[in-house]
Every structure is written in structure tokens, then in C-alpha cells.
Design a protein around this ligand. Sequence first.
Ligand code: NAD
Ligand code: DAU
Length: 352
Amino acid sequence: MILVTGGAGFIGGNFVLDWLAGSEEPVLNLDKLTYAGNLDTLASLKDDSRHVFVRGDIGDRELLAHLLTEHRPRAVINFAAESHVDRSISGPGEFIQTNVVGTFNLLEAVRGYWNDLTVADKQSFRFLHISTDEVYGTLLPGDSPFAETHPYEPNSPYSASKAASDHLVRAWHHTYGLPVLTTNCSNNYGPYHFPEKLIPLVILNALSDKPLPIYGDGQQVRDWLYVKDHCSAIRRVLEAGTPGETYNIGGWNEKPNLEVVHTICSILDELQPRADGKSYSAQITFVQDRPGHDRRYAIDARKLERELGWRPAETFETGIRKTAQWYLDNLTWIQGVTSGSYRDWLKEQYAL
Ligand code: NAD
Ligand code: DAU
């Protein structure tokens, strides 16, 4: 089996669903169920014996040692993290705890387990660490996209904590020989995305007749990848990546935020028009910028394409339409996540 951490979150949840849709190999899913973890995402696996869910912390070395010895996974895929940049600005402590200290404890537990494997099992074992393009910092308009060789220049508490975890993973390979792989992906979007992030927030606010908050001038550029394409890239790297290597994942979809929001509004205008006949874009509101806001991210995914033959299946245009339709079709999942604590966060962040 494989051990997935953070498998009740946005990307981890999509990964577990996709994995079990295409493979009989069971998944042990370890997730702390923070505000971002949601078992509703995995509801379709409720009676599926191939999915074993354990609520727990990647920082709990004793629990990890027990789970590894009991289930003997052939690979660990580490999605677990605090992932929201704005929350890392208002409260960085949890980010250091989970992303840095947690990854350290996970690596140590896995190293202990891996050391005791047979030579053949040691060789085929993989620790795949899921990371982000934000570790590379920010780009100017004419700069080349981030390649794997780009220096690490993280700018937010979130990206600094992810950069630290990437360095730990690298060191555990060079020093102890642990067969690690690291992927650095651009912005994801798609089903089961927690509505604190731009795309789901805009879709849900639009449908609830609330303001669509744009930070600063809205000209910051992000490089968008449909989450299921991220999942297929991870499966490919797990299958064929070279231990010790890092792989950038992206779909060559750079867009300024304001354009993304206008695109969502026009899709919703078509799929579920406002009662007054106006466009949802009338709800766009410019708000105070994020402190230290990175201006542009762009991923050069040529290494993954060239060496492992991976290609995304969706363009931004096809993926964003599927995403808008998914939110319209899944109001029960949305009602489940829009709990009291989430409403408190909205009040604190936007004063809306
Ligand atoms: P998310 O916030 O939606 O989910 C994180 C999951 O991790 C949640 O289920 C949460 O309960 C769990 N978790 C948090 N702390 C934990 C701990 N200490 N122990 C066990 N579980 C814990 O995040 P996401 O957007 O799905 O991101 C997953 C990974 O992918 C993260 O490592 C993130 O840095 C990386 N990433 C995200 C994006 C993106 O656009 N969302 C892009 C590139 C990389
Ligand atoms: O690049 C990969 C990263 O993408 C991941 O590592 C992070 O985990 C993930 O959260 C995401 O980070 P961003 O900060 O880019 O995503 P977010 O959805 O928070 O914001 C996207 C852009 O939209 C960013 O420029 C900030 C802006 N924004 C965001 C929100 C929530 C707004 O203008 N208004 C908003 O209300």
C-alpha cells in the first residue's frame, strides 16, 4: 500500500480519489483534520476497504512508527501542510510546526522504518514530498519561468516553511540515502477546493451575492493547473522519477488575477445568470493588498515533460468551466465546509 499524508485536504483528497479510481493498491490516509481537512471529500470511499483513514499528526513520531510497521507501505506521499499564504501572515506558528517540524518528524519516522527494510525493498521505496513554486520567490514580467535550478527565494512565512521542508527532504537523501522525490507545483484549482483560496472564494461569493475581493490592482500573475493534472503528474513522478531529483509541475497557464475573476464571472453569467440580469463582475471589489504579495509565478515544466513524458489534460479554459460546474452541482459539500470558524476567518481577513 501507499501512505498519503494530508489526504483529506484539497489536493490530497483529489489524489486519493483518483488513485483508487485507477488502482487496486490500498491507501493509508493520515490527516490531522485541521480546518482544511474534510472527510466529506472522501465520502464515496466510506465502505471501501482499500481506504484506511487515520486521524493524526505528521509530527507524531510514535504514531507514525506504529502505522509504518503495521501497514508496511512501499511509498509515502507527503501532502500534509498548512497551505494558505494569508493565514501564514496572520499566524505563522502553525506553519513552522507542521511544515518544518512536522516534515522533520515524518522524515525521521520514515528513515527508521526504511532502514529496517530488505535491500530490495529499500531500493524500491519512495518518499515523495509535495511542494510549491512559491519557494522560488517572485518573477518580473519578462523573466523566464522557474526551472528546477532557480534559487530558493521564499517571501512569505508559508513559502519559507515549505522551502525549509524541501531542504530537509534533500538533506535526508544526501546524508542518509533516503530515496526521496520532490515536486514543486504551481497554483491548483478544481473540485473540493477550500473556499479561502481565490478561485473557490470567487465562485461562492458570486453565487451568494457577496463582494469578489481583489487584492491590490489584481495584476498579480499565477500559473494555474487543474488539480487532476497535478495528481497525474504526481503518479508519474512516483512511478518513474529518479530519487534525489526535483520536478516542477505546471500547465503553462499564466493569468493575471483580475482576468481569472472576469473569466469565472462570465462562465457563471452563462451557467447561472444573476436574477437582475447584470454580470457577476459587478460584484468585483478592490481591497487592501496582501503584505509582501509575490507579483508573478510561472513554472517551466519541461523537465517533467521531457524526462517522464507527462502532459496536462486540461487547458485553463476547460478546467475552469468544469470547476464552476462542479461547485454548482455540489452545494452539499460547500454547505459542509462553510462552518462557523470559516465565517470567522472571512470577517477577520476582509472585514466584510
Ligand atoms: P489543504 O490546506 O487543502 O490541505 C492540507 C491537509 O493537510 C488538510 O487535510 C489538513 O487537515 C492536513 N494537515 C495539516 N496539518 C497536518 C498535520 N500536522 N498532520 C497531518 N495532516 C495535516 O492543502 P492543499 O492545497 O491540498 O495542499 C497540499 C500540499 O500541496 C501542501 O503541501 C501544499 O504546500 C502543496 N501545494 C499546494 C498548491 C495549491 O495550489 N493548493 C500548489 C502547490 C503545492
Ligand atoms: O503557487 C502555489 C500556491 O498557490 C500554493 O503553494 C498555496 O498553497 C496555494 O494557496 C496558492 O497560493 P496563492 O497565494 O497563489 O493562492 P490564493 O488562492 O490565496 O491567491 C491567488 C492569488 O489571488 C494571489 O495573487 C492572491 C490573490 N487573491 C487571493 C484571495 C484569497 C485575491 O486577490 N483575493 C483574495 O481574496
